[in-house]
Design a protein around this ligand. Structure first.
Ligand code: TXA
Ligand code: MG
Length: 331
């Protein structure tokens, strides 16, 4: 299959909408990461997403909608959802709610709930409007790989597997949406993102939990799989110990490895005269650069040492991705 890469203008959005209506796949920009979309109401179209990504069938997808009316066609909106849709959407927030019958099992991995979000990106919203359909879309990467934040990254991963990629430039958020479960008494964050727990608490006026704080089964099936891993070793340091990090750098170098340190600008001076990749000045910027840097690192290095000490809420969302990308290799 030939993969076309088109700038996300009015004409290419129409072409994309036609492909979606006919049951095909389109990669498209959102503010978080690029998505790989199919008509959420067409089970066999959605199957193609799992094939293209090599995604496990038991990992459900997020349904993307363009307005409240479309939201209500796929999910039962409860009081919390009502408040969040009115006050926080569109945004990088996904709500897990009781699903409506119209949503095929393949989208929700047979759960009786569905994850829904309204992306804060004009191209994405226009595409959904133009197709007139809710769009099921995971991140547009092969399973286990870093999520793509540029059309070029989607092309590198998905070339030959999908007919069309819409190029809407670089994603401004850079990490995936916050997933909030609203099907229990207490709203629970299943995946951290740029929309934080304190923001949700202040809008909802109740305490919000983060999964992991509660014992029990994994509620977000996707969280149990390997994720975000580039094709190079990733070692993670979270205490910022300069000796540990520089010692490891030298050990790797002596073993003949091409090695690089990734950290925020504030820590750069601790690692002078070494190859580095910058995560910028704060957690928000780190989120924006994270996946692009991981993909850059795998092209140029055998080993990436990451220093991440930021414990702010968004900092913890970045840490969550880094913990998975390193596959448990902590230093
Ligand atoms: O920012 C994003 O959310 C991006 C863009 C493309 O919108 N999408 C994305 O999708 O990250 P994906 O498939 O990579 O991650 C979806 C997450 C997974 O962790 C999945 O398990 C969880 O949402 N999820 C989906 N449906 C669920 C449900 N019914 N209950 C619990 N978790 C669900
Ligand atoms: Mg993903």
């Amino acid at each position: 299959m030939i993969t076309k890469l088109l700038s996300a203008d009015a004409e290419s959005l129409k072409i994309a909408a036609e492909i979606l209506k006919k049951g095909g796949l389109v990669a498209f920009p959102t503010e978080t990461v690029y998505g790989l979309g199919a008509n959420a109401l067409n089970g066999s179209a959605v199957e193609k997403i799992f094939q293209a990504k090599g995604r496990p069938q038991d990992n459900p997808l997020i349904v993307h909608v363009c307005n409240r009316e479309m939201f209500e066609t796929v999910a039962h909106i409860n009081n919390f959802a009502h408040v969040l849709i009115s006050r926080l959407m569109p945004s990088s927030l996904t709500l897990v709610l009781k699903k409506k019958q119209i949503v095929p099992d393949v989208v929700t991995a047979k759960l009786d709930t569905v994850a829904v979000r309204m992306p804060n990106n004009t191209h994405a919203i226009e595409l959904i409007k133009c197709a007139g359909l809710p769009i099921a879309a995971p991140s547009a990467n092969s399973s286990t790989r870093p999520s793509p934040t540029t059309a070029a990254a989607v092309l590198a991963d998905m070339e030959g597997k999908i007919p069309l990629i819409l190029d809407g430039g670089k994603c401004e958020v850079g990490i995936e949406s916050t997933v909030l479960d609203l099907t229990t008494d207490t709203p629970t964050i299943l995946r951290q993102g740029i929309v934080t727990k304190s923001e949700l608490e202040s809008v909802l006026g109740v305490k919000v939990l983060t999964a992991g704080e509660t014992a029990g089964t994994v509620k977000s099936p996707g969280m149990k799989y390997r994720h975000y891993a580039p094709n190079c070793a990733v070692l993670l340091n979270t205490d910022g110990c300069v000796e540990t990090v520089n010692g490891e750098f030298l050990r790797q170098k002596e073993a003949g490895k091409r090695v690089c340190i990734m950290c925020c600008d504030e820590q750069m001076r601790n690692h002078s005269n070494k190859e580095t990749l910058s995560l910028g000045v704060n957690a928000t910027q780190a989120a924006e650069r994270l996946y692009g840097n991981l993909l850059l690192a795998e092209r140029n290095y055998d080993c990436l040492i990451v220093v991440w000490t930021d414990k702010t809420e968004i900092g913890m969302s970045v840490l969550n991705r880094l913990s998975k990308a390193c596959g448990g290799n902590l230093i």
